[in-house]
Design a protein around this ligand. Structure first.
Ligand SMILES: [Zn+2]
Length: 132
């Protein structure tokens, strides 16, 4: 999140608990929290309203961040695969003839492993383009 987003959202905590962070605390909070998305920070703040009886410390905020799993971005697990090297894609070339001109174009097909299955379904499978 950006500094203005952080300040805006953090001021909601300050208002709610009727206590202000010092400049130093604010800097420290931001340093620890800046890699969190604003959407997630909003969830954390909301959870702090529910859980904390007093103005949360940075440790409390980080604790909530760790305990909150809902709406967390989905981390796709990679499986090992010799066909696609774990990428889910296999590149192949299509040969084209256009009058006298002949050329190859690169295409991607989805591997039939779990990596490929989690990719965009509009991309053909390697079995559909006869690569496997
Ligand atoms: Zn694969």
């Amino acid at each position: 999140m950006l500094l203005p987003e952080f300040i805006n959202e953090t001021s909601r905590i300050e208002n709610f608990f009727d206590k202000e962070l010092t400049r130093f605390q604010r800097d420290e909070w931001f340093r620890e929290l800046k890699n969190i998305s604003i959407q997630r920070y909003r969830q954390i703040v909301q959870e702090a309203f529910r859980k904390c009886k007093y103005m949360p410390k940075l440790a409390d905020i980080l604790e909530i961040q760790r305990s909150l799993t809902f709406n967390a971005p989905e981390v796709k697990e990679k499986v090992e695969c010799d066909i696609c090297n774990g990428t889910g894609f296999v590149m192949y070339k299509k040969h084209f003839k256009d009058g006298n001109r002949e050329y190859d174009l690169d295409y991607a097909a989805r591997c039939t492993c779990a990596n490929g299955m989690s990719q965009n379904k509009n991309i053909p499978l390697i079995t559909e383009v006869n690569l496997a």
